[in-house]
Design a protein around this ligand. Structure first.
Ligand code: CO8
Length: 258
C-alpha cells in the first residue's frame, strides 16, 4: 500500500486499520489527510481479504476537526468551485463495514468523521461536539444531518447551536456511540469487534450495511420492501447455505464470500 504522510496503515489479518497521525494539530483534517484516508479506505474496500476497517486517532484526539489553519482565509468561490470537503463522501460510501474507535477529542469534522463510520466505539475519555458556531461557521460534513439522525433534533440543536462538548457517557445515552470502554482497552475492543464482523461473509455484511443505511434514506414501506428483496437475494449465495447448514449440523460456519 502507498506510503502516507498523515495516516498510518496496518493490516491485522482481515481487518484494515487506519490511524490518523497529525499529532501536532490533534489530527486536524486537512486536505492531505482527507485524500489519504479516502485512498487507504478505498484500497481496503477493494480488497476482499479485508472484512472490516477501523479508523482511530491518538489517546488525546480522534480528530479536533477540520484544519482551521488551512481553511481560515479561504473564500466562498474557491470552496464552492472545489466543492471543498466533498472527498469525504467517498469515505462515507465505502461498502466494507467501518468502525470509528474514538478517544479524546472528536470535534467538528472529527465528530462528523466518526458519524460517517458504521459503528462508533468510544473510550471513556472521548469528547464529542460541533463547535463550528464558535468559529463563525456551521458543521459541513454531516453534523447537521447524520448527527441529527443519530441523536434526534433536541440534542443536535443543543450541540450545534451552543457548540458545547458532550462526554462519552452522554454520547452513549444519546445513541451516537455503540459502546464505551476504558481508554486502554479501546483499540483491542475495536479490533475484536472488527474481527468478528470480518469473520462473516463479506457480501452479506455489505448487504446488511446497505439495508441499515437505507433506513436513513427511504420511507418505511420502501425500506421494508428493500430489506425483504435484499433478504431474498442472500439466498443466491453459498454463504447463506453454509451458515444455515452449519447451524443445523451444530458446527462453526466457514464463509467463502461466495
Ligand atoms: N485545526 C488546526 N489546528 C488545530 C485544530 C484544528 N481544528 N485543533 C487543534 N489544533 C492545533 C492547535 O492550534 C495547537 O497547535 P499549536 O501548538 O501550533 O498552537 C495544537 O493543535 C494543540 O491544540 P491546543 O493547544 O489548542 O490543545 P488544547 O489541549 O489546549 O485544546 C482543543 C484542545 C479543545 C481540542 C482545542 O485545540 C480546540 O478547541 N481545537 C479546535 C476545535 C474546533 O473548533 N474544531 C472544529 C473545527 S471546524 C470544522 O471541523 C468544520 C468541519 C466541516 C468541514 C466542512 C467541509 C465541507
Amino acid at each position: 500500500m502507498t506510503d502516507f504522510e498523515t495516516i498510518l496503515i496496518e493490516r491485522r489479518e482481515r481487518v484494515g486499520l487506519i490511524t490518523l497521525n497529525r499529532p501536532e494539530s490533534l489530527n486536524a483534517l486537512n486536505t492531505t489527510l482527507m485524500t489519504e484516508v479516502v485512498a487507504a479506505a478505498g484500497e481496503f474496500d477493494a480488497d476482499p481479504g479485508i472484512g472490516a476497517i477501523v479508523v482511530t486517532g491518538s489517546s488525546r484526539a480522534f480528530a479536533a476537526g477540520a484544519d482551521i489553519k488551512e481553511m481560515a482565509e479561504a473564500r466562498y468561490p474557491e470552496f464552492y468551485l472545489a466543492d471543498w470537503g466533498a472527498g469525504w463522501d467517498r469515505f462515507a460510501a465505502v461498502r466494507t463495514p467501518t468502525i470509528a474507535a474514538v478517544a479524546g477529542y472528536a470535534l467538528g469534522g472529527g465528530c462528523e468523521l466518526a458519524l460517517m463510520c458504521d459503528i462508533v466505539l468510544a473510550a471513556d475519555t472521548a469528547v464529542f461536539g460541533q463547535p463550528e458556531i464558535k468559529l463563525g461557521t456551521i458543521p459541513g460534513l454531516g453534523g447537521s444531518q447524520r448527527l441529527t439522525r443519530a441523536v434526534g433534533k433536541a440534542l443536535a440543536m443543543d450541540l450545534v447551536l451552543t457548540g458545547r462538548n458532550m462526554h462519552a457517557d452522554e454520547a452513549l445515552r444519546a445513541g451516537l456511540v455503540a459502546r464505551v470502554v476504558a481508554a486502554d482497552a479501546l483499540l483491542d475492543e475495536a479490533l475484536r469487534t472488527a474481527t468478528t464482523i470480518a469473520s462473516m461473509s463479506l457480501p452479506i455484511a455489505m448487504l446488511a450495511k446497505e439495508a441499515v443505511n437505507a433506513a436513513f434514506e427511504t420511507e418505511l414501506t420502501a425500506g421494508l420492501r428493500f430489506e425483504r428483496r435484499v433478504f431474498h437475494s442472500t439466498f443466491a449465495t453459498r454463504d447463506q447455505k453454509e451458515g444455515m447448514r452449519a447451524f443445523i449440523e451444530k458446527r462453526a460456519a466457514t464463509f467463502t464470500n461466495d
